[in-house]
Structure formats: structure tokens, C-alpha cells
Design a protein around this ligand. Structure first.
Ligand SMILES: [Zn+2]
Ligand SMILES: [Zn+2]
Length: 250
């Protein structure tokens, strides 16, 4: 008890000194951080990362306009088409604070944020993770991986409490999906992935694909197809965010 209050006091002191001397800004909202020792994003921004509200499509996780229809709630696309991703979920919509946090990880290399964000994925994605044998990060092409220095999907996957298996590799450097319309995105990534040697050891398994953002789902779908072709029984997907309702050019 005494130790805990000591640690608290030291932390408070460090926070006041750091916030005055260095005046670090929140990596998401750019307001000065009151508690810099608690990480580069302020508590208000984390609280603003809201879950997607039901009803959502049981398969892809897209929010649905209402409960009417609905024995098994499915969005029109999942009703219509045969998809390889059996179940996809996200922490929240790709917007506001969540989008800013993801940008901070990817474009400002604030990799320490992958831990709290991954923990949020672990909590909100518990149903997707349950009885999965491993998490499979969506790979970057080696040239992009080299340029960025890390793969944010792998950083997030390490926080999920299941083994991480690099089951996929990127065989074609695709154009960035950013700015492409949905049909183009599917075409762009269709043959972009192959299963690695480790990935061939997963026949009959339930695996969870992990990525930072699902935009149209084209990348996840392409990954899921090659995994299933190599014998994986069930492919689920867990992302930090998903674009809701429409394709954003981002
Ligand atoms: Zn903030
Ligand atoms: Zn759906």
C-alpha cells in the first residue's frame, strides 16, 4: 500500500515536471498531455474510442441500419456474396481519435501505442479470439516493411494473447489501396499474398487475421482465401478500425 502510494506520488511528480518542461502533446488531439508518463495519447482520446453499436453484421461487423430482417443479422453484401472471412470485428470506426492513434503509429512511428491499442483489440475482439490457435498479421511487402521499419499489424498482433504466426507473405508489391475504389481494391490485392512454410502447418485450424484498418475488406479477403486454399478451417479477422458505411480516401 505504502509502496503503491509512493509510486503514485513519484509518477505525479514526474508528470508535472515533464508536462511543464517538455510540454509533450497528445499524439491524437495535440493538446498538452497532463500525464505524459501514461503514454503519448491523453485519457480523453482513449475514452473517445467508442465501440461500434449493434446491430452489426454477424459476419463482417458492419453496422446495420436496424434490427428488422433479422434472424441472423447480415449486411446486404454478406447476404449476396460468398466471403472467405468467417467473422470480422473491429475496435471501432476509422474516425476521430482512433484514426489519429492509428496514424500516429503508422506515419509517426509511435510504436508504443500498439500496446494499448492491441489491448483494446483483445478486449473488444474477445469473441473473435476465443479458441483461435494463432493470430496472423497481414504482411507488408518487404520493400514497404523496410521503408517503415516495422509492420504495425504484427505489433498489434503481439498484444492479443495468442501465438503470432507469420503465415503469409506478400508476393507482389501492390499499389497502395489508398484512393482506389472498392472494385479496384479487390483486383489490386487478389494475387498479392502467398502462404509461408509456417502457414502450411495450419490445416484445420481457426486463425485470426490482424490488421490496423479494414477499409473495403479486400485485403483481408485476399489473405483469407489463400489461407483457406492451404487448408485453414476458419479465418476470422480482427482490426483496430473499420471504415463504416463508405470508402474513404485515406
Ligand atoms: Zn488527446
Ligand atoms: Zn456483412
Amino acid at each position: 500500500m505504502l509502496l503503491r502510494s509512493c509510486v503514485h506520488a513519484v509518477r505525479e511528480a514526474a508528470d508535472s515536471i515533464l508536462s511543464v518542461i517538455l510540454a509533450p502533446a497528445c499524439a491524437a488531439c495535440t493538446e498538452p498531455l497532463a500525464h505524459p508518463t501514461r503514454g503519448p495519447v491523453c485519457a480523453r482520446c482513449w475514452q473517445a474510442v467508442l465501440p461500434l453499436t449493434p446491430p452489426i453484421c454477424d459476419r463482417c461487423g458492419e453496422p446495420l441500419p436496424s434490427w428488422r430482417l433479422l434472424d441472423v443479422p447480415l449486411c446486404p453484401r454478406c447476404h449476396r456474396t460468398d466471403v472467405a472471412v468467417d467473422r470480422a470485428r473491429a475496435v471501432g470506426a476509422y474516425d476521430g481519435a482512433l484514426r489519429a492513434i492509428i496514424h500516429a503509429i503508422k506515419y509517426d512511428a509511435r510504436r508504443s501505442l500498439a500496446r494499448p491499442l492491441g489491448e483494446l483489440m483483445r478486449t473488444r475482439g474477445a469473441a473473435v479470439l476465443s479458441n483461435a490457435v494463432c493470430a496472423v498479421p497481414v504482411p507488408l511487402h518487404p520493400s514497404r516493411r523496410r521503408a517503415r521499419g516495422f509492420n504495425q499489424a504484427a505489433d498489434l498482433a503481439r498484444q492479443l494473447g495468442v501465438p503470432v504466426v507469420a503465415a503469409l507473405r506478400r508476393v507482389e508489391a501492390t499499389r497502395p489501396q489508398t484512393g482506389l475504389p472498392a472494385a479496384e481494391r479487390h483486383r489490386n490485392v487478389r494475387r498479392a499474398f502467398a502462404v509461408t512454410r509456417a502457414g502450411r502447418l495450419l490445416p484445420g485450424a481457426v486463425v485470426v487475421l490482424v490488421d490496423d484498418v479494414a477499409t473495403t475488406g479486400a485485403t483481408l479477403e485476399a489473405c483469407a482465401r489463400v489461407l483457406k486454399d492451404s487448408g485453414v478451417a476458419e479465418v476470422r479477422a480482427l482490426t483496430a478500425a473499420r471504415v463504416v458505411g463508405r470508402v474513404r480516401n485515406d
